[in-house]
Design a protein around this ligand. Sequence first.
Ligand code: GLU
Length: 359
Amino acid sequence: MDKTLRIVVKVGSNVLTRSDGSPDITIMSGIVDQIAELRREGHQVILVSSGAVACGRSMVRPSKRLDSAGQRQLFSAVGQIKLMTTYLSLFGGHGIPVGQVLTQKENFGSRLSYLNQRSCMEVMLDNGVIPIVNENDTASMTELMFTDNDELSGLIAAMMDADQLIILSNIDGIYTGSPDDPASRLIPVVGLGEDLSDHIVTTKSGFGRGGMGTKYGIARKLSEEGVKVIIANGRRQGILTGLVNRPGETPHTEFVPSDAPVSNIKRWIAHSASFAKGRLTVKDDAAALLRSDRAVSLLPVGISSVDGEWEEGDIVNIYAPDGSKIGVGRASADSAATLAQIGQHGGRPIVHYDYLFLE
Ligand code: GLU
């Protein structure tokens, strides 16, 4: 092994839990053993683990009917402890300390809280602690939740400048058709920008919130930002060490990363569209310039309208006159100052190229 890697491993509920929702200790200990081995080889691992809700469901029976938010809160509160104590004892067997990182979407919304979260995980890694990340399901509100832990793992991989994101699901990867159809073939490699949407079967099964649709979306986005994404079967023995050390012999779907990595701040912006506070619509010629190969900033003269209210430094979405999305950026002026300058020549960029992510 010539290079040590920083790897984010995401494990879904359907991998970690049995059909009744209780933790599948055999699978969990297999995954932990492999992470311990990767660590011995010098790699850094961050684990994004689902399974809290599934575990909790197997442990507590609500005394009266609960809506889905109430169930999620109750089950995750109970199940998260079970999940973590299981990891604590399994990693403890290898002498590896673990730390719990519970997070929610709002923590990624401002650059300050984003950097705060990043430094927390850096300090854990520096001290040999494996961060085990999950969404804070007891606190997150339904409207503001991650689509699933696949989305969360993408944000973590981008935030931590990971070399690889390995998404462990209960199938080997993306197939040319339905995975149940014997005529379907596993797609081993997806080239940069290659469109597989016709092959994605969006039905999902079991406990997790995610499906292949989100996994595919995350994988495409991250590979464009320079992170290699792998989708593989977490229930296969030796899957993680196989993917890292013997990828040719290990079934999976790999998304080839761009060799022009995107800066960390642009990555943050790229993943922040859902936190945008406002919307800028630009003129036709500005839209064409922004979409060209040139590195251009958005100047007041190129803007035709402003919607929403934001502060300097907030995230805004940028649209073309035909309503198509151009990208997302960090505004260097608040909404009132932007409005006051619309269409004017000169002045500072409203969104500087360094803080602009084009779709
Ligand atoms: N955070 C949820 C849990 O731990 C899982 C979300 C998902 O299925 O992606 O149970």
